[in-house]
Design a protein around this ligand. Structure first.
Ligand SMILES: Nc1ncnc2c1ncn2[C@@H]1O[C@H](COP(=O)(O)OP(=O)(O)OP(=O)(O)O)[C@@H](O)[C@H]1O
Ligand SMILES: [Mg+2]
Length: 299
């Protein structure tokens, strides 16, 4: 990303790639032959998650390639956050198999896996201490933790955190405490945090929720820049609203009641019929200038 949120930014942690350096092969994946497709960063096969005897996800099979940018759409309670929990190694399938960055969940130390994944979600945001300085909220991502506790961070890490905050449009807030930020500012700080560890996979759960119209449009533009950058990591963005899909998103997955309604290239999946099935509505769906819109066909 030209504004510095992508993988070309200053290296953040020991071993992170330098600007212009070739992309790291995820640990545990074999080098691919020239021209052969890279291994998926996410590979779910028949994943079912059961809680209290009820399936929250049922028989979900889904693969995300390293150069793909996905949107996951579905109504409240569809299982989107549960899916990201699995994708981030925070929840194991009850049945089925989940491979994340080439590592099978259940066979890998998830504490080693998590720093390789940038996650922004409401649940994580709630765990940020309100008195935490904004710059520290971003910096602690390098260590896969929330809340600063006697760590010492190097100069380049600090510089990168400031760079990311600026790239997300919240430069200048680094010395404020997190609890004093507006909802929109917090969202941006969370995304900066998700990008801090130079992750191989970025998972954003409703990044535009709570933003006003100007804030949403600005964030969609910034995310559009991120997804258009070929050096950016694979990205999965969860939303309820097609208007929040940044231009450049390549694939879509539709979820309803824990079941996949459709998945594949965004142009093929985001039809009025499939979105209508997903949300239980008759819809009119439009696309203009790389942006999507939807409204009830009855309106
Ligand atoms: N730990 C749990 N135990 C029992 N039920 C759960 C648990 N976690 C989630 N659920 C239920 O699973 C369903 C799916 O939840 P999930 O948070 O994945 O939905 P979602 O698609 O993210 O919804 P929203 O759009 O409202 O964020 C919901 O009905 C929720 O109440
Ligand atoms: Mg959710």
């Amino acid at each position: 990303m030209s504004e510095g949120t992508g993988r070309t930014s200053t290296a953040a942690r020991p071993g992170a790639p330098r600007p212009g350096a070739p992309r790291q092969q995820p640990a545990g994946t074999a080098p691919t032959a020239k021209g052969a497709p890279e291994e998926p960063v996410l590979d779910l096969s028949g994943v079912t998650v059961v809680r209290d005897g009820r399936p929250l996800l049922e028989d979900v099979s889904w693969a995300v390639g390293a150069d793909e940018r996905w949107v996951v759409l579905g109504p409240n309670g569809a299982g989107k956050t549960t899916l990201l929990q699995v994708a981030s190694g925070r929840m194991h399938p009850t049945r089925g198999r989940a491979e994340v960055l080439g590592e099978e969940l259940g066979m890998v130390d998830v504490f080693e896996l998590r720093p390789r994944i940038g996650l922004a979600s409401a649940a994580l945001a709630e765990r940020v201490p309100p008195r935490e300085r904004v710059v520290d909220v971003v910096l602690t991502a390098s260590y896969g933790m929330v809340g600063r506790w006697r760590e010492e961070y190097e100069g380049p890490d600090h510089d990168r955190a400031l760079e990311l905050l600026a790239a997300l449009g919240v430069g200048g807030l680094e010395r404020r405490t997190y609890g004093t930020l507006s909802e929109g500012e917090r969202k941006r700080v969370q995304i900066a945090r998700a990008l801090m560890s130079d992750p191989e996979l970025v998972l954003l759960d409703e990044p535009a929720a709570g933003l006003d119209l100007g804030g949403r449009e600005d964030l969609v533009r910034r995310l559009g820049t991120l997804v258009a950058d070929p050096t950016s990591p694979a990205l999965v963005l969860v939303t309820h609203h097609v208007e929040e899909i940044p231009p450049g998103v390549t694939h879509a997955l539709l979820l309803r009641s824990g079941h996949v309604v459709g998945q594949g290239p965004v142009d093929q999946v985001l039809t009025a019929e499939a979105l209508g099935d997903t949300f239980g509505l008759r819809l009119q769906v439009g696309r203009s200038g790389g942006r999507w819109s939807a409204r009830s066909a009855l309106a």
